[in-house]
Write a protein that binds this ligand. Structure first.
Ligand code: DQA
Length: 145
């Protein structure tokens, strides 16, 4: 399965630590891989600042029937291209956020991708990813197809 991360998430640890914490993207990737191992999931973690690259990765997941955990970062709030790509999903899809966008600026209150996700987890810091991976493992256990 894929854990996909959008723009500026490669700068975790440096970027607004009051909002996103002091752990780096490498720390996050290691946490996801370790959580995947514990849950019996093979997890590949990627990050891009490029919308086109993200859309290609989502197509790859749809074609491969791969579950996806995605933090679309700022794409969440405006990328209809990403939403349309995610709508083609063929496996569980969990939207995650480190912060709680609903408790922040008005423009973050809208997610254009939430409606095509299986569900959304937000506001738990890096633990949002752990919870999302647990959700995927649970869904796969219910329906291993
Ligand atoms: C974010 C929230 C988004 O509003 C923001 O643009 C991000 C990170 C989060 O994980 O809290 O880049 O997705």
């Amino acid at each position: 399965m894929l854990v996909l991360n959008g723009p500026n998430l490669g700068r975790l640890g440096i970027r607004e630590p009051d909002v996103y914490g002091s752990a780096t993207f490498d720390d996050l990737a290691a946490l996801c891989r370790e959580t995947g191992r514990r849950l019996g999931l093979s997890v590949e973690v990627r990050q891009t600042d490029d919308e086109a690259e993200m859309v290609r990765w989502v197509h790859e997941a749809a074609d491969g029937r791969l579950p996806v955990v995605i933090n679309p970062a700022a794409f969440t709030h405006y990328s209809y291209a990403l939403r349309d790509a995610l709508a083609q999903r063929t496996a569980p899809l969990v939207e995650v956020h480190i912060s709680n966008p609903a408790a922040r600026e008005e423009f973050r209150h809208t997610s254009v991708v939430a409606g095509v996700a299986t569900g959304t987890i937000a506001g738990f810091g890096m633990t949002s990813y752990v919870l999302a991976l647990q959700a995927v493992a649970g869904l796969l256990a219910e329906d291993p197809a």
